[in-house]
Design a binder for this molecule. Structure first.
Ligand SMILES: [Zn+2]
Length: 256
């Protein structure tokens, strides 16, 4: 297999909230019926949605054909009530990147709202018990670019320890709030023991601790999903070979 295919960025989709709420200034909400059509579209093409952790393990073993990574950022309560039942119906799993510093709180960081409830401790445990992977989105949804050492440690290592206590297993995955990252943030995530981390468009920092993802929104019909699938490996850099040192470079993450 040619190197460019083997190292091609895995296809990871990024969701946030699953709700019929029409007020959506940040484009982070898909309706349950839209999510169901997207899951059906994947199934009809022989694709199965799995957690990011499972996708990466399968990829390492060369067995990721037909798998698509599904990720849900922020840990909205509607992940459990709206997304999980659909995921289970379609035989899929997913990763929920949650905020252990805002258990049972809301998305106070999105100034324009609308306020959306976040999972509490029981909800996170329930999602894990339903077969979903739980990852960390940091402690309280802080932009890590330019953050001081104390903040980096708190958002990466401390959030991992809290989730380990909460679920009984330290999470393997991290997701950068807003998808923004720099070299120090990547180093902190790696030092905290995460095996992988998701961004959006990490550019020159792309690697297993800075994975690109494709945003999925309310307007993503089958045709648009198909285009995103085709374009993903063209738009995103391949992952560096495992032995290559991480490149130090300016991030070019998209704010979301
Ligand atoms: Zn977020």
């Amino acid at each position: 297999m040619p190197a460019d295919t083997r190292n091609r960025a895995p296809w990871l989709l990024m969701y946030h909230s699953v709700s019929d709420c029409p007020d959506d200034p940040y484009g982070i909400t898909v309706s349950p019926s839209r999510l169901e059509r997207q899951l059906r579209w994947l199934r009809d093409r022989g694709l199965t949605g799995v957690s990011a952790g499972r996708l990466l393990r399968a990829r390492a073993a060369g067995r990721d054909a037909g798998l698509v990574g599904l990720t849900f950022d922020d840990g909205y309560a509607d992940f459990l009530t709206a997304a999980v039942p659909l995921l289970r119906r379609y035989g899929c799993t997913a990763t929920a990147f949650v905020l252990p510093g805002r258990l049972g709180g809301d998305n106070a960081w999105d100034e324009l709202g609308p306020r959306k409830a976040l999972l509490d401790a029981d909800g996170i445990r329930e999602a894990a018990a339903a077969g979903m992977e739980i990852g960390s989105h940091g402690l309280v949804h802080t932009d890590l670019t330019g953050a001081d050492d104390t903040t980096l440690e708190r958002e990466t290592a401390h959030s991992r320890a809290l989730l380990g206590e909460l679920t009984g297993a330290a999470p393997a995955g991290f997701c950068y709030p807003y998808g923004t990252l720099d070299h120090r943030a990547v180093q902190a995530v790696r030092a905290a023991g995460y095996r992988y981390a998701c961004g959006i468009d990490p550019g020159a920092l792309t690697g297993v601790h800075a994975l690109p993802r494709a945003h999925v929104g309310a307007r993503d019909t089958s045709v648009r999903l198909y285009l995103k699938k085709v374009l993903h490996p063209l738009r995103r850099r391949p992952l560096p070979a495992a032995s290559a040192p991480a490149e130090a470079a300016r991030p070019d993450g998209v704010r979301r």
